[in-house]
Design a protein. Structure first.
Length: 135
């Protein structure tokens, strides 16, 4: 007698993301000089930050999945922000230009990764390199 087992794909990959890291790149408004990951919207110090090129707004930031993310009930997320660090001190000060939240979300049960703009678009991310323009 031969036993046949069927596994639903969301359970097979439930413990590991579709890729170990995600690089988000593109162009941002040149009023921002950094792109950074914050624990939440009220955080003033990022735990990861990269420069935005001042003359054309090019940027790139790599997010390690899930180690750069915080565990929520049934998903992982991080808060990506574009930021104008006026005095280059690495701390969000009053008066610094700060974008809306861009949540990077990994849902293990569906093994999907998303970029959710606060009160805006939601993008499914199917590749380890995701182009995103933010003006």
């Amino acid at each position: 007698m031969i036993a046949v087992l069927f596994f639903h794909s969301s359970y097979v990959f439930a413990s590991s993301p579709p890729f170990d890291s995600l690089t988000i790149y593109g162009n941002a408004n040149t009023k921002y000089n950094k792109v950074a990951l914050f624990e939440n919207g009220s955080s003033t110090t990022p735990y990861k930050a990269e420069e935005v090129v001042y003359f054309n707004g090019e940027y790139s930031i790599t997010i390690d999945i899930p180690s750069d993310m915080k565990k929520k009930k049934d998903y992982y997320s991080t808060d990506l922000r574009f930021w104008g660090d006026i005095n280059e001190n690495g701390i969000k000060d009053k008066g610094d230009t700060f974008s809306q939240c861009h949540f990077i979300i990994w849902v293990p049960s569906t093994n999907k990764i998303y970029l959710q703009v606060y009160k805006g678009e939601k993008y499914t991310i199917d590749t380890a390199y995701f182009k995103y323009y933010y003006k």
